[in-house]
Design a protein around this ligand. Structure first.
Ligand SMILES: [Zn+2]
Length: 117
Protein backbone atom coordinates (compact mmCIF):
# COMPACT_ATOMS: atom_id res chain seq x y z
CA UNK A 1 0.00 0.00 0.00
CA UNK A 2 1.41 3.38 -1.01
CA UNK A 3 1.59 5.97 1.69
CA UNK A 4 1.86 9.59 0.66
CA UNK A 5 2.58 12.45 3.03
CA UNK A 6 0.48 14.70 0.82
CA UNK A 7 -3.20 14.25 1.41
CA UNK A 8 -5.36 15.43 -1.44
CA UNK A 9 -7.85 18.13 -0.59
CA UNK A 10 -10.13 20.08 -2.90
CA UNK A 11 -9.46 23.79 -2.45
CA UNK A 12 -8.38 26.78 -0.44
CA UNK A 13 -11.25 29.04 0.58
CA UNK A 14 -10.50 32.75 0.80
CA UNK A 15 -13.16 34.60 2.78
CA UNK A 16 -13.72 37.81 4.77
CA UNK A 17 -13.37 38.18 8.54
CA UNK A 18 -16.85 39.76 8.79
CA UNK A 19 -18.71 37.94 11.62
CA UNK A 20 -22.04 38.19 9.76
CA UNK A 21 -20.84 35.78 7.07
CA UNK A 22 -18.98 33.00 8.89
CA UNK A 23 -21.94 30.64 9.22
CA UNK A 24 -23.09 31.49 5.68
CA UNK A 25 -19.66 30.58 4.29
CA UNK A 26 -19.66 27.28 6.18
CA UNK A 27 -23.20 26.47 5.07
CA UNK A 28 -22.30 27.23 1.45
CA UNK A 29 -19.28 24.95 1.60
CA UNK A 30 -21.28 22.19 3.30
CA UNK A 31 -24.02 22.42 0.65
CA UNK A 32 -21.33 22.01 -1.99
CA UNK A 33 -19.96 18.91 -0.22
CA UNK A 34 -16.68 20.58 0.70
CA UNK A 35 -16.73 20.08 4.47
CA UNK A 36 -13.29 18.91 5.69
CA UNK A 37 -11.97 19.16 2.12
CA UNK A 38 -10.56 22.69 2.08
CA UNK A 39 -7.94 24.85 3.72
CA UNK A 40 -9.06 28.26 4.86
CA UNK A 41 -7.64 31.77 4.64
CA UNK A 42 -9.76 34.45 6.25
CA UNK A 43 -8.79 38.11 5.92
CA UNK A 44 -10.62 41.45 5.82
CA UNK A 45 -12.16 41.91 2.38
CA UNK A 46 -11.28 38.40 1.14
CA UNK A 47 -10.27 39.08 -2.50
CA UNK A 48 -9.98 42.81 -1.82
CA UNK A 49 -7.62 42.23 1.13
CA UNK A 50 -5.20 40.16 -0.93
CA UNK A 51 -5.14 42.44 -4.01
CA UNK A 52 -5.82 46.10 -3.22
CA UNK A 53 -2.80 48.37 -2.74
CA UNK A 54 -4.31 49.70 0.48
CA UNK A 55 -3.67 46.28 2.04
CA UNK A 56 -0.30 45.67 0.38
CA UNK A 57 1.31 44.33 3.57
CA UNK A 58 -1.13 41.39 3.53
CA UNK A 59 -0.54 40.20 -0.03
CA UNK A 60 2.65 38.20 0.43
CA UNK A 61 1.21 36.33 3.42
CA UNK A 62 -1.78 35.21 1.38
CA UNK A 63 0.17 34.04 -1.67
CA UNK A 64 2.71 32.29 0.56
CA UNK A 65 -0.11 30.49 2.39
CA UNK A 66 -1.71 29.51 -0.92
CA UNK A 67 1.61 28.04 -2.14
CA UNK A 68 1.96 26.21 1.17
CA UNK A 69 -1.53 24.73 0.93
CA UNK A 70 -0.85 23.60 -2.65
CA UNK A 71 2.30 21.86 -1.40
CA UNK A 72 0.84 20.36 1.79
CA UNK A 73 -2.73 19.64 0.74
CA UNK A 74 -2.46 19.10 -2.98
CA UNK A 75 -5.21 21.60 -3.70
CA UNK A 76 -5.76 22.90 -7.23
CA UNK A 77 -8.64 25.31 -6.70
CA UNK A 78 -8.99 28.68 -4.98
CA UNK A 79 -12.54 29.60 -3.95
CA UNK A 80 -12.89 33.34 -3.29
CA UNK A 81 -15.93 34.39 -1.28
CA UNK A 82 -16.41 38.15 -1.17
CA UNK A 83 -19.66 39.60 0.16
CA UNK A 84 -21.93 42.64 -0.12
CA UNK A 85 -21.71 45.46 2.41
CA UNK A 86 -18.02 44.69 3.00
CA UNK A 87 -16.14 47.11 5.26
CA UNK A 88 -12.91 46.56 3.29
CA UNK A 89 -14.65 47.76 0.10
CA UNK A 90 -15.65 50.93 1.96
CA UNK A 91 -12.06 51.42 3.17
CA UNK A 92 -10.54 51.16 -0.32
CA UNK A 93 -13.22 53.27 -2.02
CA UNK A 94 -11.44 56.36 -3.28
CA UNK A 95 -14.65 58.23 -4.10
CA UNK A 96 -16.78 60.20 -1.66
CA UNK A 97 -19.84 58.36 -2.91
CA UNK A 98 -20.31 54.68 -2.05
CA UNK A 99 -23.13 52.47 -3.28
CA UNK A 100 -23.74 48.91 -4.45
CA UNK A 101 -22.57 49.67 -8.02
CA UNK A 102 -19.25 51.09 -6.80
CA UNK A 103 -18.86 48.19 -4.37
CA UNK A 104 -19.58 45.69 -7.16
CA UNK A 105 -16.75 47.24 -9.24
CA UNK A 106 -14.33 46.98 -6.30
CA UNK A 107 -15.14 43.27 -5.84
CA UNK A 108 -14.85 42.57 -9.57
CA UNK A 109 -11.48 44.31 -9.71
CA UNK A 110 -10.22 42.03 -6.91
CA UNK A 111 -11.34 38.92 -8.85
CA UNK A 112 -9.53 40.15 -11.96
CA UNK A 113 -6.36 40.82 -9.96
CA UNK A 114 -6.42 37.33 -8.37
CA UNK A 115 -6.83 35.67 -11.76
CA UNK A 116 -3.80 37.61 -13.05
CA UNK A 117 -1.55 36.10 -10.38
ZN1 LIG B 1 -15.99 41.93 4.35
Amino acid sequence: MANSLIKKYEAMVLSCIDPRFQSKVHSYLKRNKLSDKYSSFTIAGAGIGVTHKKFKKWHFTFWDNLRTSIKLHGINTLIVINHKDCGAAKIVNAKKKFNSIIEHKIHNQSFIMIKKN
